[in-house]
Design a protein around this ligand. Structure first.
Ligand SMILES: [Zn+2]
Ligand SMILES: [Zn+2]
Length: 463
């Protein structure tokens, strides 16, 4: 089941949000969509959607907050669309029940502006309507150009209104009020095609029987589903399946749900640019195996690729995240190539090992900084301060890499274990005498790159 409308960001859930979502999951709710009231609540909603898997957001300005919906607030809505887990614009609409909120003309403007945002961002809308049927329909009909879709939530109205809403291509959802005795809406249920019906609770409001009078929560969406099954003559299983399918496709959840299969992936963002895993300054160490791949060109014009494999390398790091998506890393590492030493098998080897060491300055680019697990790519430069056969060989290298890092919050700061496959490509070539066999040495122009699979740990103290 998918609860397409639950205000679980409200203070009513501050005490026990984790338990509420746990109960929802246990009763078969795979996803909850959390609509917004006003931009004031965005930061908190962002944090909640990040902290709990299966929680998605709608962003918008509720008609109750329409009086504050100035240009800046509308811009904030449009901006928020880029945040993770935002699947709709909502809830937006008209509410003529209360006389203390913005007057109808103002509400209509705000509603229309947000319909335009939805069209620009290609998102469905979640429509709130109370005692404003005529104007809601008029606006939707004026704005329907074939690109607009969404749901009329907490549906109320008569048969004619329902038919016009369906003709517009909209879905509808009913709350716990259909479980109340003698509710006229029940008669409309059989007229809603299966592919236009989704479930919602409107938690913490509209609690279904038998919990009427108590706080509503997403787990209770099953009572709404059961009532729909009872009235329409479908099985509960059919109702659950069809409403889940419709909600997934309307809010395009299928493409996002696969992410839940990776348990550590759920996004954990928080508001105001400082996310839950903001990194500040960190220090760390790493271990790697260094494979030196030499590309040799002999005077005869022949080429040879030769590698020294698996030399241990050790490094130290400084890290600073100066932007959510970009961090800077300064690293130093050291590795010795003892495979060039003289042995009975290598009588023409060297007395001292080759030393490879580098100072790397790199950017970490991550597409999902708010996740507990970040994928990242590394791009940067290194100064290679090598000693090859007793001779200093200083070079510049291009650095690239791909990695995975894990954000682990502890009481003593954040720990970040990471693994990365890094490649340092030396620029330019050097002439060296290389050993080909027991009996043969030749001069070759050598260029090389270093392949460095690494694992490391960074510590970000709570400064
Ligand atoms: Zn509403
Ligand atoms: Zn609502």
């Amino acid at each position: 089941m998918i609860d397409t409308h639950a205000h679980i960001d409200l203070p009513a859930f501050d005490e026990d949000r984790a338990e509420v979502l746990q109960r929802a999951r246990q009763s078969g709710v795979e996803a909850v969509i959390m609509p917004a009231i006003s931009p004031d609540g965005f930061a908190k909603a962002r944090q909640i959607a990040a902290e709990y898997s299966g929680v998605y957001r709608a962003v918008g300005i509720h008609p109750h907050a329409a009086a504050q919906a100035d240009v800046r607030a509308l811009a904030a809505v449009e901006q928020e669309v880029t945040m993770p887990n935002v699947v709709a614009i909502g809830e937006i609409g008209l509410d003529y029940y209360y006389t203390t909120i913005a007057e109808p003309a103002v509400q209509q403007n705000v509603f229309r502006e947000q319909i335009w945002i939805a069209k620009r961002c290609n998102l469905p809308i979640i429509v709130h309507n109370r005692d404003a049927h005529t104007d809601v329909l008029r606006l939707l009909e004026e704005e329907q150009d074939g690109t607009l879709n969404g749901v009329l939530h907490c549906f109320s109205g008569d048969e004619k209104y329902l038919q016009r809403a369906l003709a517009l291509g909209f879905c509808v959802s009913f709350t716990g009020n259909i479980t109340y005795q003698r509710n006229a809406l029940v008669a409309l249920l059989p007229q809603v095609p299966e592919d236009r019906l989704v479930l919602e609770t409107d938690s913490p409001y509209m609690t279904p029987r038998p919990y009427r009078g108590k706080r509503n929560e997403p787990a209770f969406v099953s009572f709404v589903a059961a009532k729909i099954a009872e009235v329409t003559g479908r099985t509960l299983e059919q109702v659950v399946q069809s409403t889940t399918r419709v909600a997934r496709s309307l809010f395009r959840l299928t493409s996002m749900l696969w992410l839940l299969a990776v348990p550590a992936f759920p996004q954990e963002a928080s508001g105001s640019g400082k996310h839950l895993y903001a990194k500040s300054f960190g220090v760390g160490v790493h271990g790697a195996t260094n494979t030196i791949v030499e590309l040799r060109r002999f005077a005869t014009g022949e080429d040879q690729t030769f590698s020294y494999e698996g030399l241990p390398a050790l490094g130290v790091h400084l890290f600073y995240e100066f932007h959510d998506y970009v961090g800077a890393e300064l690293a130093y590492w050291y590795s010795r190539n003892t495979k060039v030493l003289k042995t009975p098998q290598r009588p023409w080897g060297q007395d001292n090992p080759d030393i490879y060491q580098a100072v790397e300055l790199c950017a970490h680019l991550t597409p999902n900084p708010y996740g507990r697990v970040n994928f990242y790519a590394t791009l940067g430069m290194a100064a290679l301060l090598n000693r090859i056969n007793e001779r200093a060989e200083n070079k510049v290298a291009f650095v690239t890499g791909v990695g995975l890092r894990f954000n682990v919050r502890t009481s003593f700061g954040m720990l970040m274990p990471w693994m990365e496959w890094r490649l340092d490509f030396a620029v330019g070539q050097e002439r060296r005498r290389v050993l080909l066999s027991l009996t043969e040495q030749r001069d070759a122009d050598v260029t090389f790159y270093l392949s460095l699979p690494r694992i490391g740990l960074l510590w970000f103290p709570p400064w």
